[in-house]
Ligand binder design. Structure first.
Ligand code: DC
Length: 234
Protein backbone atom coordinates (compact mmCIF):
# COMPACT_ATOMS: atom_id res chain seq x y z
CA UNK A 1 0.00 0.00 0.00
CA UNK A 2 1.30 3.47 -0.81
CA UNK A 3 0.31 6.64 1.01
CA UNK A 4 -1.28 9.42 -1.05
CA UNK A 5 0.94 12.48 -1.36
CA UNK A 6 -1.71 14.90 -0.10
CA UNK A 7 -2.41 14.61 3.61
CA UNK A 8 0.45 12.25 4.42
CA UNK A 9 3.32 13.35 2.24
CA UNK A 10 6.83 12.60 3.50
CA UNK A 11 8.29 14.53 6.39
CA UNK A 12 12.07 14.55 6.58
CA UNK A 13 13.63 15.93 9.76
CA UNK A 14 17.22 17.16 9.66
CA UNK A 15 18.64 18.19 13.02
CA UNK A 16 22.10 18.95 14.30
CA UNK A 17 24.38 21.58 15.82
CA UNK A 18 25.31 24.89 14.21
CA UNK A 19 27.49 24.81 11.08
CA UNK A 20 27.30 21.03 10.68
CA UNK A 21 26.08 21.37 7.08
CA UNK A 22 22.41 20.61 7.68
CA UNK A 23 21.22 23.78 5.92
CA UNK A 24 23.06 22.98 2.70
CA UNK A 25 22.04 19.35 2.87
CA UNK A 26 18.36 20.13 3.56
CA UNK A 27 18.13 22.54 0.67
CA UNK A 28 19.67 20.04 -1.72
CA UNK A 29 17.60 17.16 -0.38
CA UNK A 30 14.41 19.18 -0.84
CA UNK A 31 15.39 20.05 -4.40
CA UNK A 32 16.23 16.46 -5.25
CA UNK A 33 13.06 15.10 -3.67
CA UNK A 34 10.86 17.95 -4.92
CA UNK A 35 9.64 18.73 -1.44
CA UNK A 36 9.22 22.15 0.20
CA UNK A 37 12.07 23.15 2.53
CA UNK A 38 11.85 25.05 5.81
CA UNK A 39 14.95 26.29 7.62
CA UNK A 40 13.35 26.56 11.07
CA UNK A 41 16.25 28.61 12.46
CA UNK A 42 14.83 31.46 10.38
CA UNK A 43 11.71 31.49 12.56
CA UNK A 44 13.77 32.27 15.67
CA UNK A 45 15.91 34.70 13.71
CA UNK A 46 12.85 36.56 12.37
CA UNK A 47 11.34 36.88 15.85
CA UNK A 48 14.71 38.18 17.09
CA UNK A 49 14.95 40.68 14.22
CA UNK A 50 11.39 41.97 14.74
CA UNK A 51 12.05 42.36 18.47
CA UNK A 52 15.25 44.33 17.85
CA UNK A 53 13.47 46.59 15.36
CA UNK A 54 10.66 47.18 17.85
CA UNK A 55 13.20 48.15 20.52
CA UNK A 56 12.44 45.05 22.62
CA UNK A 57 15.23 43.28 24.51
CA UNK A 58 14.95 39.47 24.01
CA UNK A 59 16.90 38.98 27.26
CA UNK A 60 14.11 40.51 29.32
CA UNK A 61 10.98 40.44 27.14
CA UNK A 62 9.09 37.52 25.63
CA UNK A 63 8.68 37.52 21.88
CA UNK A 64 5.54 35.38 22.10
CA UNK A 65 3.14 37.90 20.52
CA UNK A 66 5.58 38.53 17.65
CA UNK A 67 5.97 34.78 17.18
CA UNK A 68 2.19 34.33 17.07
CA UNK A 69 1.82 36.82 14.23
CA UNK A 70 4.89 35.65 12.26
CA UNK A 71 4.30 34.79 8.61
CA UNK A 72 6.36 32.96 6.01
CA UNK A 73 6.99 36.33 4.34
CA UNK A 74 9.00 37.39 7.43
CA UNK A 75 11.45 34.59 6.67
CA UNK A 76 12.33 36.17 3.32
CA UNK A 77 13.96 39.20 5.00
CA UNK A 78 17.58 39.74 4.07
CA UNK A 79 18.65 40.96 7.53
CA UNK A 80 18.32 37.70 9.48
CA UNK A 81 21.98 36.66 9.57
CA UNK A 82 23.61 39.62 11.27
CA UNK A 83 25.53 39.16 14.56
CA UNK A 84 22.86 41.01 16.59
CA UNK A 85 20.22 38.63 15.20
CA UNK A 86 22.47 35.60 15.98
CA UNK A 87 22.48 36.65 19.62
CA UNK A 88 18.78 37.61 19.72
CA UNK A 89 17.70 34.34 18.07
CA UNK A 90 19.63 32.33 20.61
CA UNK A 91 17.79 34.12 23.46
CA UNK A 92 14.44 33.87 21.68
CA UNK A 93 14.95 30.11 21.18
CA UNK A 94 15.15 29.62 24.96
CA UNK A 95 11.68 31.10 25.48
CA UNK A 96 9.19 28.28 25.80
CA UNK A 97 6.22 30.55 24.97
CA UNK A 98 7.90 31.48 21.67
CA UNK A 99 8.65 27.85 20.89
CA UNK A 100 5.03 26.88 21.54
CA UNK A 101 3.81 29.75 19.35
CA UNK A 102 5.93 28.47 16.45
CA UNK A 103 4.93 24.80 16.61
CA UNK A 104 1.75 25.11 14.52
CA UNK A 105 3.45 27.14 11.82
CA UNK A 106 6.07 24.41 11.36
CA UNK A 107 3.48 21.62 11.30
CA UNK A 108 1.17 23.47 8.92
CA UNK A 109 4.07 24.14 6.56
CA UNK A 110 4.49 20.41 5.95
CA UNK A 111 0.87 19.33 6.12
CA UNK A 112 -0.16 19.62 2.48
CA UNK A 113 2.87 18.49 0.54
CA UNK A 114 5.31 17.12 3.09
CA UNK A 115 8.65 18.86 3.62
CA UNK A 116 12.29 18.73 4.55
CA UNK A 117 12.69 20.74 7.77
CA UNK A 118 16.00 21.50 9.41
CA UNK A 119 16.60 22.70 12.93
CA UNK A 120 17.36 21.44 16.42
CA UNK A 121 14.10 19.82 17.58
CA UNK A 122 12.37 18.66 14.40
CA UNK A 123 12.75 14.93 15.04
CA UNK A 124 12.21 15.18 18.79
CA UNK A 125 9.42 17.77 19.23
CA UNK A 126 7.93 19.15 16.02
CA UNK A 127 7.64 15.89 14.09
CA UNK A 128 8.39 12.98 16.43
CA UNK A 129 6.73 10.74 13.79
CA UNK A 130 8.77 12.09 10.85
CA UNK A 131 9.25 9.48 8.13
CA UNK A 132 13.02 10.00 8.09
CA UNK A 133 15.21 11.62 10.75
CA UNK A 134 18.79 12.62 10.04
CA UNK A 135 21.17 14.01 12.64
CA UNK A 136 23.99 15.88 10.91
CA UNK A 137 27.06 16.58 12.96
CA UNK A 138 30.82 17.22 12.79
CA UNK A 139 33.57 18.01 15.26
CA UNK A 140 33.64 21.58 16.60
CA UNK A 141 36.94 22.12 14.77
CA UNK A 142 35.57 21.00 11.37
CA UNK A 143 32.49 23.15 11.83
CA UNK A 144 34.60 26.13 12.86
CA UNK A 145 36.76 25.84 9.74
CA UNK A 146 33.65 25.72 7.54
CA UNK A 147 32.06 28.71 9.24
CA UNK A 148 35.36 30.64 9.03
CA UNK A 149 35.55 30.03 5.25
CA UNK A 150 31.81 30.79 4.80
CA UNK A 151 32.41 34.11 6.51
CA UNK A 152 35.11 35.00 3.98
CA UNK A 153 38.16 33.80 5.93
CA UNK A 154 41.23 32.66 3.99
CA UNK A 155 43.26 29.51 4.64
CA UNK A 156 46.39 31.59 3.92
CA UNK A 157 45.70 34.28 6.52
CA UNK A 158 48.62 34.54 8.99
CA UNK A 159 46.24 34.51 11.95
CA UNK A 160 44.01 31.78 10.45
CA UNK A 161 44.49 29.29 13.33
CA UNK A 162 43.69 31.86 15.95
CA UNK A 163 40.60 33.07 14.07
CA UNK A 164 39.35 29.50 13.59
CA UNK A 165 39.90 28.87 17.30
CA UNK A 166 37.77 31.93 18.12
CA UNK A 167 34.95 30.60 15.92
CA UNK A 168 35.35 27.15 17.51
CA UNK A 169 35.02 28.55 21.03
CA UNK A 170 31.84 30.43 20.04
CA UNK A 171 30.39 27.27 18.43
CA UNK A 172 31.13 25.18 21.52
CA UNK A 173 29.37 27.82 23.66
CA UNK A 174 26.36 27.77 21.31
CA UNK A 175 26.25 23.95 21.34
CA UNK A 176 26.24 24.07 25.11
CA UNK A 177 23.44 26.67 25.21
CA UNK A 178 21.37 24.73 22.62
CA UNK A 179 21.86 21.35 24.35
CA UNK A 180 21.29 22.41 27.95
CA UNK A 181 18.33 24.77 27.64
CA UNK A 182 15.19 23.56 29.40
CA UNK A 183 12.92 23.93 26.39
CA UNK A 184 13.41 21.53 23.45
CA UNK A 185 17.18 21.13 23.84
CA UNK A 186 19.27 19.95 20.91
CA UNK A 187 19.28 16.17 21.19
CA UNK A 188 19.46 13.38 18.67
CA UNK A 189 16.15 11.50 18.40
CA UNK A 190 16.51 7.84 19.38
CA UNK A 191 15.41 6.77 15.90
CA UNK A 192 17.52 9.28 13.94
CA UNK A 193 20.38 8.26 11.66
CA UNK A 194 23.57 10.10 12.60
CA UNK A 195 25.85 11.35 9.83
CA UNK A 196 29.29 12.60 10.83
CA UNK A 197 30.39 14.99 8.10
CA UNK A 198 34.03 15.74 9.11
CA UNK A 199 35.55 13.83 6.23
CA UNK A 200 32.67 13.98 3.75
CA UNK A 201 32.06 16.47 0.94
CA UNK A 202 28.63 18.07 0.57
CA UNK A 203 27.98 15.78 -2.43
CA UNK A 204 28.86 12.70 -0.37
CA UNK A 205 26.57 13.78 2.47
CA UNK A 206 23.75 14.29 -0.04
CA UNK A 207 24.27 10.91 -1.72
CA UNK A 208 24.44 9.13 1.63
CA UNK A 209 21.30 10.93 2.87
CA UNK A 210 19.37 10.13 -0.31
CA UNK A 211 20.13 6.45 0.18
CA UNK A 212 18.89 6.61 3.77
CA UNK A 213 15.73 8.45 2.66
CA UNK A 214 15.08 5.99 -0.16
CA UNK A 215 15.44 2.95 2.12
CA UNK A 216 13.34 4.46 4.91
CA UNK A 217 10.52 5.53 2.61
CA UNK A 218 10.54 2.22 0.80
CA UNK A 219 10.27 0.35 4.09
CA UNK A 220 7.27 2.52 5.03
CA UNK A 221 5.64 2.48 1.59
CA UNK A 222 5.66 6.26 1.50
CA UNK A 223 5.39 7.92 -1.91
CA UNK A 224 7.50 10.85 -2.98
CA UNK A 225 6.12 13.57 -5.24
CA UNK A 226 9.33 13.40 -7.30
CA UNK A 227 9.68 10.90 -10.12
CA UNK A 228 11.79 8.33 -8.38
CA UNK A 229 14.16 8.59 -5.47
CA UNK A 230 15.64 5.33 -6.75
CA UNK A 231 16.94 7.22 -9.80
CA UNK A 232 18.43 9.91 -7.59
CA UNK A 233 20.50 7.38 -5.71
CA UNK A 234 21.80 5.47 -8.72
O1 DC B 1 20.28 27.28 12.78
P1 DC B 1 20.32 28.79 13.12
O2 DC B 1 21.69 29.26 13.55
O3 DC B 1 19.78 29.64 12.03
O4 DC B 1 19.34 28.95 14.40
C1 DC B 1 19.10 30.18 15.01
C2 DC B 1 18.82 29.94 16.48
O5 DC B 1 17.58 29.26 16.65
C3 DC B 1 19.88 29.13 17.20
O6 DC B 1 20.14 29.72 18.45
C4 DC B 1 19.25 27.77 17.40
C5 DC B 1 17.77 28.06 17.41
N1 DC B 1 16.93 27.03 16.83
C6 DC B 1 16.17 26.27 17.68
O7 DC B 1 16.24 26.43 18.89
N2 DC B 1 15.33 25.33 17.16
C7 DC B 1 15.25 25.14 15.84
N3 DC B 1 14.41 24.21 15.36
C8 DC B 1 16.05 25.91 14.96
C9 DC B 1 16.91 26.84 15.49
Amino acid sequence: MTRPVTGSAPIIAVDGPAAAGKGTLSKRLAEALELPHLDTGLLYRAVGRLMINAGLDPASTSGESIARSLSLADLQRTDLRTPDVDAAASLVARDNAVRQALVDMQRLFARENGAVLDGRDIGTVIFPDADVKLFITASPYARAVRRYIQNGGSDDAPDRDQLVRTVEVALIARDHADSTRASAPLRMADDAVKIETDTLTADEVLAHSLRIVRDALKAKNVNLPSASVQDLCS
